[in-house]
Design a protein around this ligand. Structure first.
Ligand SMILES: [Zn+2]
Length: 300
């Protein structure tokens, strides 16, 4: 994982990383993968026309979003998207887009739903991120957001034992490794509200995320326990991962029929052409190659 200098806010890139094989294909993450699936199935089962998957990476979760006619997989890393395309194939159902979440290359109000799992974790500016997402969402559409919770049981104990300098109870985000952020739940809920989302439901996930539990309790039993506690207070607010379901409140612009992309430099509408295009507004050339739309302003 590397950071891209010279871009504000800075962007975290998994370009060229073996994140999928090192992190997810590792048996030790079986628990996280299973309990995240439970939470997604509980909160986000309605399906629809066009879904935006933010930080889709190598497409680990894409097929869990059942009932969607089309899914746009967006990631900053082109190599992650190439892995996703290898997994899911080339069809009209999946659209692969390399882009910066702060500068989403879509017309206003385009999407009927959006998901962002394990991605806000890497965003330095949460308000700007959530406002950018709200812009491209249709009125009343649903947004499933997962974030890393700084006020989790482990960090509370570590703080009480003075093994951790920062307070898990203070509202600001904590950057524990460069471009890795944990957030306070109240701050995220308030930021969602200010960005035009109405919070509907939250689940606390990965309560038993520790090697001790993973080594001493059978996988199926641990997943069952997690599922049982996901909606039980006070645990909902004390898990390392929180899933929130939010509705795009207020009004959204209706996109013009056939419009899809929007130039991230000058906001001119661009068609879904499956080809390299020159923006009529600013003359920037936006590449399309290996089945991937390139909308990063500063690609590698
Ligand atoms: Zn342009």
């Amino acid at each position: 994982m590397t950071t891209k200098p010279g871009i504000t806010p800075p962007v975290c890139s998994y370009e060229g990383s073996d994140y999928q094989s090192q992190f997810w294909d590792n048996a030790n993450r079986r628990y996280e993968d299973a309990v995240e699936t439970v939470a997604i199935d509980r909160l986000f089962d309605q399906g629809g026309k066009l879904l935006l998957e933010l930080g889709a990476g190598a497409g680990r979760l894409t097929q869990r979003y059942k009932g969607w006619e089309r899914i746009v997989l967006l990631d900053y890393s082109r190599t992650q998207l190439l892995q996703a395309r290898q997994r899911l194939g080339d069809s009209d159902k999946f659209v692969y887009v390399a882009a910066d979440i702060y500068k989403l290359p879509f017309v206003n109000g385009l999407f009927d739903g959006a998901t962002m799992i394990r991605t806000l974790h890497h965003m330095a500016d949460a308000p700007q991120t959530l406002q950018s997402i709200r812009r491209v969402m249709a009125q009343d559409s649903l947004f499933l957001l997962e974030f890393a919770n700084k006020r989790n049981l482990k960090s509370i104990f570590r703080w009480l034992l003075r093994k951790q300098a920062w307070s898990p109870f203070s509202p600001e985000q904590v950057e524990f490794v460069e471009l890795n952020y944990n957030f306070h739940p109240r701050t995220i809920l308030e930021t969602l509200r200010q960005s035009g989302f109405e919070n509907e439901k939250n689940l606390g996930v990965s309560l038993f995320r520790s090697n001790w539990f993973k080594n001493h309790v059978k996988h199926e039993r641990l997943v069952n326990w997690d599922a049982r506690f996901q909606d039980k207070k006070p645990f909902t607010g004390l898990t390392p991962s929180i899933f929130t379901l939010n509705r795009a409140a207020g009004s959204s612009e209706k996109p013009v029929q056939g419009s899809f992309f929007s130039c991230p430099i000058c906001s001119t509408a661009l068609p879904e052409a499956k080809a390299t295009q020159i923006c009529p507004g600013c003359s920037h050339e936006w590449q399309y190659s290996q089945g991937i739309y390139e909308f990063r302003i500063h690609p590698e």
